[in-house]
Design a protein around this ligand. Structure first.
Ligand code: DQA
Length: 146
C-alpha cells in the first residue's frame, strides 16, 4: 500500500459552506473531501482527509504522518497565523508540505499576511477557493514522484 497524503484542516473549517460563504464559498468540507478522494484515485494517490478545531490534535496527526504519510497538505486556518507548535511539528516531518488557503489571505486583514507554516511549506496556494486543494494534490503528485 502506498503511503497516504495527509490533508489536514484546522479550526472552523468544519463549518465550510455555512460560515462566511462570501469569503469561503458554499461547498462543504465533505464536498472538498469527496472531490479530493476522486482526484486522488485518478492520480493513483491515497489520502487521509482530517479536520480538527484543536491545535494539539493537528500536531498529533502531523506526528502520525511521520513514517506513515508520503506528504502533507495543510490548511491550518487561523493557526496559520499563530501556531509555532504546528510549524515545529511540520519541521519534524520529512516529506513535502503544501499550504492551502481557500481565500486570498494577502487581500485580507494584516494579521493574515504572516504564516508560520510558510516557513516550512514547499508551496502555498491562496485565493483559488476550494479548487486550491485539488491543485495542491496535483502538485503533491509531482513532489512525491521525485
Ligand atoms: C483560511 C484563512 C485563514 O486566515 C482563516 O483563519 C481561516 C481559513 C483560508 O482557507 O482562507 O480559517 O485558512
Amino acid at each position: 500500500m502506498p503511503k497516504p497524503i495527509y490533508i489536514l484542516n484546522g479550526p472552523n473549517l468544519n463549518l465550510l459552506g455555512l460560515r462566511q460563504p462570501d469569503i469561503y464559498g458554499r461547498e462543504t468540507l465533505e464536498d472538498v473531501a469527496q472531490d479530493c478522494a476522486a482526484l486522488a484515485e485518478e492520480l493513483g494517490l491515497t489520502i487521509r482527509f482530517l479536520q480538527s478545531n484543536h491545535e494539539g490534535q493537528l500536531v498529533d496527526w502531523i506526528h502520525e504522518a511521520r513514517g506513515n504519510g508520503a506528504g502533507i497538505i495543510i490548511n491550518p486556518a487561523a493557526y496559520t497565523h499563530t501556531s509555532v507548535a504546528i510549524l515545529d511539528a511540520l519541521n519534524a516531518f520529512d516529506g513535502p508540505v503544501l499550504e492551502v488557503h481557500i481565500s486570498n489571505v494577502h487581500k485580507r486583514e494584516a494579521f493574515r499576511h504572516h504564516s508560520y507554516v510558510s516557513l516550512r511549506a514547499e508551496g502555498v496556494i491562496a485565493g483559488f477557493g476550494t479548487e486550491g486543494y485539488r491543485l495542491a494534490l496535483r502538485r503533491m503528485k509531482t513532489l512525491v514522484a521525485k
